[in-house]
Design a protein around this ligand. Structure first.
Ligand SMILES: [Fe+2]
Length: 335
């Protein structure tokens, strides 16, 4: 038996070497299905590998693509860790029973409202909904009190958004959770009638900044990232934060979880542990991303609006219903 397993091991090693695999075959390694912005995780993963010696293989995709893939693959999946941009994709995998519970000390640094009570995954970074507005075209006094107001006739022809993206769909999921189906359907119909659709949140920002559209719905970081660079597509733009627990003050969390089917659970947990730790959160804060760290020990520097000032509505991160949002948006003709 011993000889057979040695032969088998050699048979497995040789094809990898022949394929020119540059990884250290002997070292520990995890597979991360990553739906967060690629650049962010590509900045973070090397620091984790340096600290732990665990190699990270990224398989990049979009939130709902990768959650659907995990559901299809089930027990047979190669994935050890799943990372998303927004939480509806995490909830989908959670509902299918595919996550393994995270040790309490790994999730402890993250405030309770930003992780499910099940302990099956955790938020690790957050993004605030904002209204980007062109400062030449919109006076501060005109800004809406609620994101629901954008469905009113006074906003006809003035608003824009990227409805095919997971970001916008998470915002709709929050409206649905907070306001119910009737209100959400009417709101979607209203903003569809009033709005212009673009493909991508950066394109929405460009349209607002160029005055093609007066206001656009997105997350905070699209504006701040451009400001941090040259401000080329944001210098005529400012951000309106809705606050007051309005649906438009929704804070969306990016999730991290370990798959129950993982053969490398201990190493996968180390990766999630790193993401929630002060070192990992500082790495997130220091990256290009300008998404909000969730560990209260770490803060973003000005000019980013302070996380403590956002006054988001209370939303159960496990209740955001991605498939219901897709149905409603299809019904209204967005998708
Ligand atoms: Fe995004």
């Amino acid at each position: 038996m011993k000889r057979a397993s040695v032969v088998l091991a050699l048979a497995l090693v040789i094809p990898l070497a022949a394929a020119g695999c540059s990884d250290d075959d002997d070292g520990p390694s995890i597979v991360v299905y990553n739906a967060q912005h690629e650049q962010l995780i590509e900045e973070l993963a090397p620091a984790f590998t340096e600290e732990t010696g665990i190699d990270v293989q990224l398989r990049n995709g979009k939130d709902l693509e990768l959650s659907a893939q995990l559901v299809t693959e089930g027990e047979a999946s190669d994935a050890d860790v799943f990372l998303t941009e927004n939480s509806p994709a995490m909830s989908q995998v959670e509902r299918e029973g595919l996550f393994s519970e995270l040790p309490a000390d790994i999730v402890a640094p993250i405030p309770e409202q930003f992780r499910p009570t099940s302990g099956l995954w955790t938020g690790f970074v957050a993004r605030s909904t904002v209204l980007m507005y062109n400062t030449d075209l919109v006076d501060e006094s005109e800004l809406p009190t609620s994101i629901l107001d954008l469905a009113e006739p006074e906003w006809a022809g003035r608003i824009s958004f990227s409805p095919t993206g997971a970001d916008f769909q998470a915002i709709v999921a929050a409206v649905l959770e907070l306001e119910g189906e009737e209100v959400t359907r009417d709101w979607l119909q209203g903003i569809k009638d009033n709005g212009t659709v673009y493909d991508g949140n950066n394109v929405v920002l460009e349209a607002v900044n160029a005055g093609e559209s007066e206001v656009g719905i997105a997350y905070h970081y699209y504006y701040y990232r451009d400001q941090q660079e040259a401000g080329e597509v944001s210098d005529n733009t400012a951000l309106h934060f809705f606050r007051n627990q309005d649906a438009g003050a929704f804070v969306s969390v990016s999730g991290a979880g370990v798959l129950a089917s993982s053969d490398n659970k201990a190493d996968a947990e180390k990766f999630v542990d790193y993401l929630t730790s002060e070192a990992g959160q500082q790495g997130l804060a220091d990256s290009y991303a300008l998404e909000y760290p969730l560990n209260p020990a770490v803060k973003l520097d000005p000019p980013v609006e302070p996380f403590d000032s956002l006054q988001p509505p209370a939303v159960n991160v496990s209740e955001l219903d991605g498939p219901a949002v897709v149905d409603l948006m299809t019904e209204v003709g967005f998708l």
